[in-house]
Ligand binder design. Structure first.
Ligand SMILES: NC(=O)c1ccc[n+]([C@@H]2O[C@H](COP(=O)([O-])OP(=O)(O)OC[C@H]3O[C@@H](n4cnc5c(N)ncnc54)[C@H](O)[C@@H]3O)[C@@H](O)[C@H]2O)c1
Length: 370
């Protein structure tokens, strides 16, 4: 878990702050006292957490395209951050089949542009110390194993999205070795973070399971299930975000390049479960009987089994999951019912972040007293 005091007064640059994970991270960082600058296109969905929680009132928000290096460079230079989180991407597998060129452009050249902008700024004497590039569990060559992938396993990707994220990993490693390594003048520590299927309140992405399921529940129509037996690593959005924060602290604070590599942030193995099980649990927590239609043929080739081995993050970053899948689903139900009741959603989201930090403290003190 991150050190709350570390973030007070830090200047943080986030790409993709208008997205699902970026909005949660922006809010959390402002709660910790960080000065956040965001760079992204407009929110990818409507509604969105970014607009619902009025995140633009809390941070310095810039609309911009990663593919516009000149503009990105200007905004980054003006922000002059200590720490950078790269979350902007085209993150949907289906969209990557419809628009492979755009997906590779954003996810690969977008990463190149950001790292290039950081390199140029560093040469001008800026003080950026830590960069975390957020990729995905899908960056591994999928072998349909019954165990989790470790960080040193081969990269791959059968679809354009997964392949683009594997490329983003290779770009990150190349920039690290070529420009940000110990042997060069620059001292920017740069790591990548690979998380699993992230869930939480405020995700309205049409092609993701939880938003689809919530829509079916609210509109009282059957939920169409694709690949109900597929196993995925499910985790609340705050879990990988706490890992990214912890990783950034280590990159910033440690002198060496020890942490400048890839890190997995996934749930415990008991929360790597079938798609069908997640849907059934969500219906039960909502207070409804499952109303499902199975749709056997998938338009796209998708893996059946995908899990992460997070031993390295647990051991070396002292990171671990706090909420299990059932707790994560309960938080989603509370968030969505509050949204339906027109509650102030920034306050609701802040409360969930505070609950998460409190649960971490409880877990820590109970471990220490054993
Ligand atoms: N949500 C998940 O389950 C999940 C799982 C693993 C990895 N990830 C990764 O986490 C990151 C964030 O995902 P998310 O779920 O928040 O996605 P999202 O679609 O909600 O947000 C994507 C963000 O990227 C921005 N963006 C897209 N193209 C851009 C461009 N060309 N220039 C500038 N900004 C651009 C959007 O405006 C938005 O702010 C992505 O890198 C994604 O691949 C997400």
């Amino acid at each position: 878990m991150m050190n709350r005091h570390f973030w007070n007064g830090k200047k943080v640059f986030i790409t993709g702050h208008t997205g699902f994970k970026g909005a949660w991270l922006s809010l959390w960082l402002t709660m910790l006292g960080a000065k956040v600058t965001g760079y992204a296109l407009t929110p990818p969905t409507s509604p969105s957490l970014f607009e619902t929680a009025k995140i633009d009132q809390l941070i310095d928000s810039h609309k911009g395209n990663l593919n516009d290096l000149k503009h990105l460079q200007q905004v980054l230079t003006a922000a002059n951050p200590d720490i950078v989180f790269h979350m902007a991407a085209q993150p949907i597998v289906g969209e990557s089949y419809r628009d492979p060129v755009g997906t590779f452009q954003t996810n690969v050249m977008g990463t190149v542009n950001l790292l290039e902008a950081i390199r140029i700024l560093d040469r001008q004497g800026a003080k950026i110390r830590a960069v975390v590039n957020v990729t995905t569990d899908k960056c591994y060559e999928n072998k349909e194993w019954n165990w989790g992938y470790r960080e040193n396993e081969p990269l791959g990707g059968n679809d354009p999205y997964s392949a683009s994220k594997a490329c983003s990993e290779i770009v990150t490693a190349a920039y690290r070795k070529s420009f940000f390594g110990q042997e060069s003048l620059e001292r920017v520590a740069i790591a990548s973070a690979r998380a699993g299927n992230v869930i939480g309140g405020g995700d309205w992405s049409e092609e993701r399971l939880i938003p689809q399921c919530l829509e079916a529940l609210i509109e009282k129509k059957p939920m169409i299930l694709r690949k109900p037996q597929a196993i995925r690593p499910w985790q609340h959005v705050l879990e990988p975000l706490s890992g990214y924060l912890r990783l950034a602290e280590k990159l910033y604070e440690e002198d060496t390049q020890f942490y400048s590599e890839a890190w997995n942030f996934g749930p415990d193995l008991e929360d790597c479960v079938e798609v069908g099980s997640v849907v059934n649990r969500l219906y039960t927590k909502w207070g409804e009987k499952p109303n499902l239609k199975h749709y056997q043929t998938s338009m796209y080739k998708e893996s059946t089994m995908l899990m992460l081995d997070c031993s390295k993050s647990k051991r070396l970053l002292d990171w671990k999951p706090i909420w299990n899948l059932d707790q994560a689903l309960e938080k989603i139900v509370v968030w969505m019912k509050d949204y339906q009741n027109n509650a102030p959603m920034r306050d609701v989201t802040i409360k969930q972040i505070n609950d998460y930090m409190d649960d971490f403290d409880k877990r820590k003190s109970s471990n220490e007293s054993v």
